[in-house]
Design a protein around this ligand. Sequence first.
Ligand SMILES: NC(=O)c1ccc[n+]([C@@H]2O[C@H](COP(=O)([O-])OP(=O)(O)OC[C@H]3O[C@@H](n4cnc5c(N)ncnc54)[C@H](O)[C@@H]3O)[C@@H](O)[C@H]2O)c1
Length: 370
Amino acid sequence: MSKRARIAVIGAGGIGAAAHLPAIEALHDEVELVAIVDPDEGRRTAAGERFGCEALYADATTMLAEVSPDIAVVATPPHLHEPLAIEAMRAGAWVYCEKPLTGSLASADRIAAAEAETGRWCVTVSQFRYSGGSRQVERGLRDGRWGRPLLGISHTNWFRGPEYWDAPWRGKFATEFGGSTTTQAYHAVDLLLWLMGGDWASVGGVAETISRPIEVEDASVASVRFASGAIASVVSTVLSHDPVTRLEVVAEKASVRLETLYLPLLAEWTVRTIGEGDAAVVVDDWAEDEPEMLVNAHRAQLAELVAAWRADVRPQLTTEESRATLEFLTALYKSSAEGRVIARGEIGPGDPFYEALDAAGPTRAEARRG
Ligand SMILES: NC(=O)c1ccc[n+]([C@@H]2O[C@H](COP(=O)([O-])OP(=O)(O)OC[C@H]3O[C@@H](n4cnc5c(N)ncnc54)[C@H](O)[C@@H]3O)[C@@H](O)[C@H]2O)c1
């Protein structure tokens, strides 16, 4: 058996303990957990005991110097992603970083520069692309079976109660960067843009803090144009009393729909086509059964990353690829602030939105405080 990749987890909080550490445990033939970093002693100790790791650190700098992992998972609050990802790459590690990758296009470009400088890769978690059914749906749309995508719909209608914002980094521009659009809808937006072909060309939207006592938005709506001529509608909120993630792609020969909450499963996708008498007919032979691996998306993406690391080839979702989703989110916020449609490629150095995902945020927060 080839050498196992030595992996360190930086951030053993919610998603670190719930998704990354179990993913590493499940892939024990491929990877070895070599360290856990968290300044919170209780969390790192609990994670160490549960996942059988004695190399526990309060800070990443010491861990990187002493352990020198092959791969570093970054699962900290978003404002720490850039410095930790760059530091880990400079210490020789590939990085598997939680979403959102970072808080601005300028910051993403610094991470990309560090990839070029070090020859290491920083991969953003894009778990809906790896969830049950997603890859098979993408294939059906790409190989011509269902024709080209014409119209996309993505609704991330979730609920978050007041206690959600007890974590000090949540709800604030400086540490979370964005709200329902960036934090909650990230995966559905990323999946929709990918399924539509990745060629989003412009976006017009509104992002607002309507109800919750937070700085970042609690709802947004947007209209999107694609270079192909397709269009899409994107909605996000944390105010819903009927939580659901709904996604639909209307293609030339079929409509593909997903209805789920947090982790899409193959069974939650339906494909329909118009049959005799213009009645919708369910297509039931489009998917093959999927291995257990694909049910846990963090694990499926990690397995792919480890395979790329072993082969020393560029993995999926390096900074250049996830930057396209970040740029889309930035353009949505800029559109909301400026009341006009924003074209892809328009936001560059010198634009305040190049420096901050939601450059309008502090202004909006001040306006709310009145
Ligand atoms: N992919 C998903 O489905 C998903 C779900 C939830 C959260 N997330 C993302 O994961 C990230 C973390 O979110 P969370 O809900 O786990 O947050 P959390 O607050 O529960 O956990 C973050 C952990 O990072 C630790 N930490 C803080 N500073 C650190 C440092 N310098 N070095 C190491 N550890 C440090 C904290 O002590 C905490 O334990 C965010 O970017 C969030 O958007 C992704």
